[in-house]
Design a protein around this ligand. Structure first.
Ligand code: FUC
Length: 821
């Protein structure tokens, strides 16, 4: 009897328990999703997205395709803006912000579309008669292989389903099997929320779903989409039944599903969705599941395997993912952080592929016809945050869809700059969509902000800093120049302070009480910082490409007249030109800390006063907030070199939804909760964890700048640093760096900053001082901060931990090993 119990235990452990034994990169659960979308597991290939519910008697696979958007090519500029601009500026300078906002609502905010909606395609349903009672249930998402799996037993038959969104073949493949011959029978059907969809079987024994996207805000819906599903079985039969495909008595069945649209680009819908979907499906259908699976995994792993992280594991890792999430705040589960970190990379690979669309507010996964904020692109933080992990976590190629969005905006945004503001160059306000709208939307409170395109443009420069790709920089230059030209024409002199300022503007979505609750202002800190970056980048690139010397000079002169950053009466970094911040303001946007991250204007070493003021500001704003806001805060606390505080934010983020009062958290499928689901928080936190372990934007490759006490031991490999350096491997123990191997892909001086002293080996290391001669580490000096007299006690600022700074002259292609003393 005892033996039998052991045998039973062993069997359970091998069938369902393997994942629990070895902590690995799987999200896994012992329950189906039921009706909860945020329990379902995402797969995607940057074009197709699917949410796999893992429900038993009726499986739902919710379907997305990246170009299924409401509307059609359109513009939403408001040409009335130009005439009212001087009056609005005057009102703002006269302190009549509320009146300025009213006028902007009337004459600047668009009278057309406020942006179109990213829409779902439909659901694939698989209905299994007689599967209401089941045992041994298990489902997982293996993010090392990009495969979702569900298994369960009905009687003595074990059923297994696997789902992939094939990267190379652009099809969803669903492989179903029974471990007893002939025991697999099910009905396949489509549903969709779109009006006027056509769902039927075709004479090629396939199931079809075809429709056209919605009209929205006066823009006719003209994206035609078509999905086709075909089934191959081992044993049994497949029959078309008008509206369903019926599989009977099979042992395995492979469902091949393709989706295509007529979308070519933001101004062209002349694609043939029928031809596209048929060609893709025909090609994939010739191959077996195994033949599709192998290249899919290989294509995925080519990106995913570039970075390995190990923060060590504890017993807490033995539980299912939802249980671990529940326990995270009260247990030590560093492996959940590793899983969450790598999940961010999985989500970026799955939602953003070259030649596809950029990851939107929900990546590529959306079930709703009218999703929150249209699931479009909010470019006053959210879209940018999506791409923070791209370069540094070895996913540079995933950045490409954002670059093409920026390229498109730089074209469509020329007309916006001209007709709305009489300016050269290009611009975009705070939202855009697949049609690349640039006009101001939602109301002046949110939409009267001109720096969306300008901020995005800096991603092109960042790509260059990581890769050193001169050809890329040459094609990016006109875009960077256009962003600078816009502000060269748009800046006005502030009559009180005589600085050049952006007006009208906002500090995204926040409003000081002193302005009667209006958000409109001139010369907000974030704008000054963004214009500073836009000008500095254009100057740098013009110099590098030896072009436009006179233009660069004019930018230099204007840059010198931008407002400096100010430290206000609470010791805070001022959000506004006047010292009107409220230390009790808990607003989720802390836009003026753009200068600390993602920009490098505020530095522990170059601008210690601003650095300390940033800490005060961040302390005032508090920790718990919306998901993406907490994600940003992880990065900021990492930049402030406070690993323990950054970890507190990770804890707040990795909290089941509902526990943080008035804040976000995480759903069971580890999607970030604003709430609702918004993917930026996932990406923001992955970036933040990277910044805790390595930074490269302040004159050096800074190793372990913000290691929290809870991760005393660990290793990471594959991170990328600016200047083309790759952290081939880094290990630490007892909170101290042990060794690091760094490959230099571009040559040049490698300056490293370390938390403990390194061993000298063959005179390779020199103690560094002065500016880093490596051109990728040049930092523009920010205007000298103005420090106001402190009327209250300044927040005590903890001193920075000591660091060591070394220079290593490197050669392209060589790897350098550094060991601690
Ligand atoms: C910005 C944020 C909101 C939300 C929306 C999509 O407007 O202020 O919190 O994330 O984008």
């Amino acid at each position: 009897m005892k033996g039998l119990v052991w045998l039973l235990l062993l069997t359970t452990m091998t069938t369902v328990g393997l994942a629990q034994n070895k902590p690995n990169l799987k999200l896994w659960y012992t329950k189906p999703s039921e009706a909860v979308w945020e329990n379902a597991l995402p797969v995607g290939n940057g074009r197709l997205g699917a949410m796999v519910y893992g429900n038993v008697p009726q499986e739902t696979i919710q379907l997305n395709e990246g170009t299924v958007w409401s509307g059609s090519p359109n513009r939403n500029d408001n040409p009335d803006a130009k005439a009212v601009l001087p009056e609005i500026r005057q009102l703002i300078f006269d302190g009549k912000q509320k009146e300025a906002e009213q006028l902007a609502n009337k004459s600047i905010i668009t009278k057309k579309s406020h942006g179109q909606m990213y829409q779902p395609v439909g659901n694939l349903l698989l209905t299994f008669a007689g599967h209401d009672t089941f045992t041994d249930y298990y489902r997982e998402l293996d993010i090392e292989r990009a495969v979702a799996k569900t298994t369960y037993k009905v009687g003595d038959v074990t059923y297994t389903r696997e789902v992939i969104a094939s990267l190379p073949d652009n099809v969803l493949v669903i492989q179903l099997s029974a471990d007893k011959p002939g025991k697999l029978s099910f009905v396949t059907s489509f549903t969709s929320l779109h009006a006027n969809v056509l769902i039927n079987t075709t004479n090629r024994n396939e199931l079809m779903l075809a429709g056209t996207t919605s009209d929205h805000e006066g823009v006719p819906g003209q994206v035609k989409f078509k999905s086709l599903a075909r089934i191959k079985t081992k044993g049994g039969t497949v029959s078309a039944n008008g509206q369903t495909l019926v599989v009977n008595g099979a042992t395995t069945a492979t469902i091949y599903l393709a989706i295509a649209t007529n979308f070519v680009n933001h101004h062209d819908l002349s694609g043939n969705e029928t031809e596209r979907v048929t060609t893709t499906l025909d090609k994939a259908f010739r191959q077996s599941y195994a033949a599709l699976l192998k290249p899919h995994i290989a294509a995925y792993q080519r990106y995913f395997n570039r970075v390995h992280l190990d923060l060590t594991s504890t017993d807490a890792a033995r539980l299912s993912t939802d249980e671990r999430l529940k326990n995270f705040r009260s247990t030590n589960d560093p492996q959940l952080v590793t899983l969450y970190y790598q999940y961010g990379r999985y989500l970026l690979i799955s939602s953003s592929q070259p030649n596809g669309q950029a990851a939107n507010l929900q990546g590529i996964w959306n079930r709703s016809m009218r999703p929150p904020w249209d699931s479009k692109y909010t470019i006053n933080i959210n879209t940018q945050m999506n791409y923070w992990p791209a370069e540094k976590t070895g996913l540079s190629e995933m950045h490409e869809p954002l670059f093409s969005l920026i390229r498109d905006l730089s074209e469509t945004g020329k007309e916006t700059a001209r007709v709305m503001y009489g300016a050269r160059g290009w611009m975009a306000h705070h939202n855009t969509d697949i049609w690349r709208i640039n006009g101001p939307v939602d109301g002046a409170f949110w939409g009267m902000w001109t720096a969306g395109g300008a901020w995005l443009s800096q991603h092109l420069w960042e790509h260059y800093l990581y890769t050193g790709d001169r050809a890329f920089l040459t094609t990016a230059y006109p875009i960077l120049k256009g962003a600078a030209q816009f502000y060269a024409d748009f800046l006005v002199e502030d009559p009180r302070y005589h600085w050049l300022v952006v007006s009208p503007s906002t500090s995204p979505e926040n409003a000081p009480q002193a302005h009667g609750g209006s958000s409109l202002d001139a010369g907000t800190t974030m704008d000054n910082q963004i214009v500073f970056d836009v000008f500095s980048t254009a100057i740098r690139v013009a110099d590098l490409l030896k072009t436009d010397a006179a233009f660069a000079d004019s930018l230099r002169q204007m840059r010198a007249k931008l407002p400096p950053m100010h430290i206000g009466k609470y010791g805070q970094l001022q959000e506004w030109l006047d010292d009107i911040d409220d230390p009790n303001d808990k607003h989720r946007h802390i836009s003026h800390l753009y200068g600390l991250f993602p920009s490098s204007q505020i530095s522990a070493y170059r601008t210690p006063n601003l650095f300390n003021a940033s800490r005060t500001t961040l302390t005032h704003r508090g920790d718990v907030s919306t998901g993406w806001s907490m994600g940003w805060k992880v990065n900021w606390w990492a930049k402030l070199q406070d690993g323990n505080h950054a970890y507190t934010l990770i804890q707040s983020q990795l909290t089941p939804l509902g526990v943080n009062k008035e804040g976000g958290g995480t759903y069971n499928n580890l999607f970030d909760a604003h709430p609702p689901f918004q993917i930026d928080g996932n990406f923001g936190c992955t970036s933040g964890i990277t910044e805790m372990l390595m930074q490269s934007n302040d004159g050096a490759v800074h190793l372990l700048p913000a290691l929290p006490d809870v991760w005393p031991t660990g290793s990471i490999s594959g991170l990328r640093a600016r200047g083309g350096f790759e952290i081939v491997g880094m290990t630490w123990e007892g909170g101290k760096l042990v060794n690091v191997e760094i490959r230099s892909m571009l040559g040049g001086n490698l300056r490293v900053r370390t938390p403990n002293q390194l061993k000298q080996s063959e005179g390779m290391l020199a103690t560094a001082s002065g500016p880093n001669p490596n051109e990728f580490y040049q930092t523009e000096e920010t205007p000298t901060p103005i420090v106001a007299t402190l009327t209250g006690p300044a927040t005590p600022t903890p001193p920075l931990k000591p660091t060591w700074l070394y220079d290593i002259p490197t050669q392209r292609g060589k790897t350098y090993t550094l060991t601690a003393q």
